[in-house]
Design a binder for this molecule. Structure first.
Ligand SMILES: *Cc1c(COP(=O)(O)O)cnc(C)c1O
Length: 397
């Protein structure tokens, strides 16, 4: 018999009932160190006082008003995002995949209004993840996500990750945009080199196509800049944001230049919940903390600390791990042992990590994780790796 919750998830038998900072408590009382942050969502950890205050204050005032009316919290958050980024304008969504929907619509509408309606193709990269909507799965293109869900939204092409010659060759007179994650998350923490990102920007400029960056996972301070593309010194035309921007409250956004957004006039797009007062109150509180250069400097310092320790961990357990990858506090451990064994051994050590493609375990802690908690995470990862080694030895005998 089918489960009453549609059985689309492989859930661990863990039920977290309370969170504080980088720690969560299971129903049985066990305390877990959270190096996953709800897949890069809880950027300020659990129950951050400023976020709790923003949410409860707003909850006591008004929860929801339609986008038929003024929403000052939304206006304030848009102003902050525009001030802090390349963008001139922002549309609020509730999730990453909704941001993908609008990014695709915006790019196509742009060319339609420019009198080039044939420009509808979007070129993405293999290993990408852009969410589970029809546009999201078509943009990612992998068989795993698309099989059985046809007919797929047409107009998507894919080239191998980082293959800029293939990108160049795939661009035609019907290309509307290129879409990519500056750091692939689900794909296994695969950063695009800064030089390559600059080259992608140049290819787009030369061919006259829009660049859409999906910063749903790597944005909002995760890499140590507010947005990951800043490291390369380039700007996109359109950017998708979600996950971290709400700090745990469902919120997403599409940021765009005035030019790229020029087709999106009144009546062309909308969302019932997108940018609602509760979500935007929390989003404002997140931005007030995360966009501060001093906060981002701390993310970079902690990244260095965590990364250095992870390099030591990999060196100490060469049968379990192969390499450290990633940037900022978006780090991955490429495993030699099956990632499922590492994930389970970490759970057994009361440590939460997140699996990704390519046999990688992701570490995506709260951006305000303490040095003490980083040290504790390494102690637990070391214990988990030792347990995996013992189980591998057991198998070998
Ligand atoms: C999680 C993710 C999405 C999808 O976001 P949802 O909120 O789950 O719809 C899209 N792109 C990237 C890069 C993501 O990591």
């Amino acid at each position: 018999m089918i489960t009453t919750v549609l059985p689309t998830y492989n859930r661990a038998p863990l039920n977290f009932v309370k969170g504080e900072g980088s720690w969560v408590t299971e129903a049985d009382g066990r305390r877990f160190l959270d190096m996953g942050a709800g897949i890069a969502v809880n950027v300020l950890g659990h129950a951050h006082p400023a976020l709790v205050d923003a949410l409860t204050t707003q909850a006591n005032a008004i929860w929801h008003v339609s986008n038929l009316y003024q929403i000052p919290q939304q206006q304030a958050l848009a102003d902050k995002l525009v001030d802090a980024s390349f963008a001139d304008t922002v549309f609020f969504t509730n999730s990453g995949t909704e941001s993908c929907e609008l990014a695709v619509k915006m790019a196509r509408k742009y060319w339609y209004e420019k009198g080039q309606p044939e420009k509808t193709d979007i070129i993405g990269f293999e290993g990408a993840f852009h969410g589970r909507s029809s546009a999201g799965i078509a943009a990612a293109g992998s068989e795993k996500m698309t099989k059985g869900f046809g007919p797929l939204l047409p107009g998507f092409k894919h080239v191998p990750w980082g293959d800029l010659d293939a990108l160049q060759a795939a661009i035609t007179e019907t290309t509307a945009a290129v879409i990519l994650e500056p750091v692939q998350g689900e794909g296994g923490i695969r950063p695009m080199e800064d030089a390559d990102l600059r080259a992608v920007r140049a290819i787009c400029d030369e061919a006259g196509v829009l660049l859409i960056l999906d910063e749903v996972q790597c944005g909002v301070g995760r890499t140590g800049k507010l947005f990951a593309h800043e490291w390369a010194g380039i700007t996109p035309d359109i950017m998708m944001v979600a996950k971290g921007i709400g700090g745990g409250f469902p919120l997403g956004a599409v940021l765009a230049t005035e030019e790229a957004a020029s087709g999106m006039v009144a009546g062309t797009h909308g969302s019932t919940y997108g940018g609602n007062p509760l979500a935007c109150s929390v989003g404002n509180a997140v931005m007030d903390i995360v966009a501060d250069p001093a906060f981002l400097a701390e993310v970079n310092r902690k990244s260095g600390l965590l990364r250095q320790k992870l390099e030591g961990l990999v060196a100490a357990h060469p049968d379990v791990f192969e390499a450290v990858r990633g940037t900022g506090l978006m780090l991955g451990l490429k495993c030699k042992a099956p990632q499922g064994n590492v994930l389970q051994a970490a759970y057994d050590a009361d440590l939460i990590t997140i699996p990704a493609a390519d046999n990688v375990i992701r570490l995506l802690p709260a951006l305000n994780i303490t040095d003490e908690d980083i040290n504790e995470a390494l102690t637990r990862l070391d214990a988990a790796a030792t347990a995996v080694e013992h189980s591998l030895e057991g198998q070998a005998q």
